[in-house]
Design a binder for this molecule. Structure first.
Ligand code: AMP
Ligand code: ZN
Length: 139
């Protein structure tokens, strides 16, 4: 994709700090990390949404992402990692080439997800929500 920054990184037209590469995926350091060592794993084929990535490539992204996560945990500074993927602008996707974030975490890294826990109005409301999702699910 000509105007895609991550396609340009894969092509070597924009510099990146490579962590791993194979025939399906490329992994490199995020230029503005949540913590040092924050890695992005991307499919070599351009896909805006994770939902269109072929299963073998998507599986490889998850596999390599979690193996990089294990490597990060072996570093002195970290105890854990988050995998994060934003699909769509409302979810915070800025670069429109699908990417899996591997974010190293330490117990005192002073980073907190602004995670909220809303209640459902009722059991019926929860069931209706599940039914609405299932009615839209195409595989
Ligand atoms: P997202 O908000 O999920 O789309 O994340 C995009 C990520 O790409 C951000 O964390 C950026 O810091 C990162 N990023 C953007 N440009 C580059 C680049 N040239 N090299 C490495 N990471 C980049
Ligand atoms: Zn691309």
């Amino acid at each position: 994709m000509p105007d895609c920054i991550f396609c340009k990184i894969i092509a070597g037209e924009i510099p990146s700090t490579k962590i791993y590469e194979d025939e399906l995926v490329y992994a490199f350091l995020d230029i503005s990390p949540i913590n040092p060592g924050h890695v992005l794993v991307i499919p070599k084929e351009h896909h805006e949404s994770a939902s269109t990535i072929p299963e073998a490539t998507a599986g490889r992204m998850f596999r390599i992402g979690s193996r990089i996560g294990i490597a990060l945990k072996r570093l002195e500074a970290y105890d854990a990692y988050n995998l994060h993927l934003a699909d769509g602008m409302a979810a915070g996707q800025v670069v429109m080439h699908a990417h899996l974030h591997v974010i190293p975490r330490g117990v005192e890294d002073h980073f907190h997800w602004n995670w909220r826990q809303l209640p459902y109005a009722s059991d019926e409301d929860r069931t209706a929500t599940a039914e609405a999702i299932k009615a839209k699910l195409s595989l």
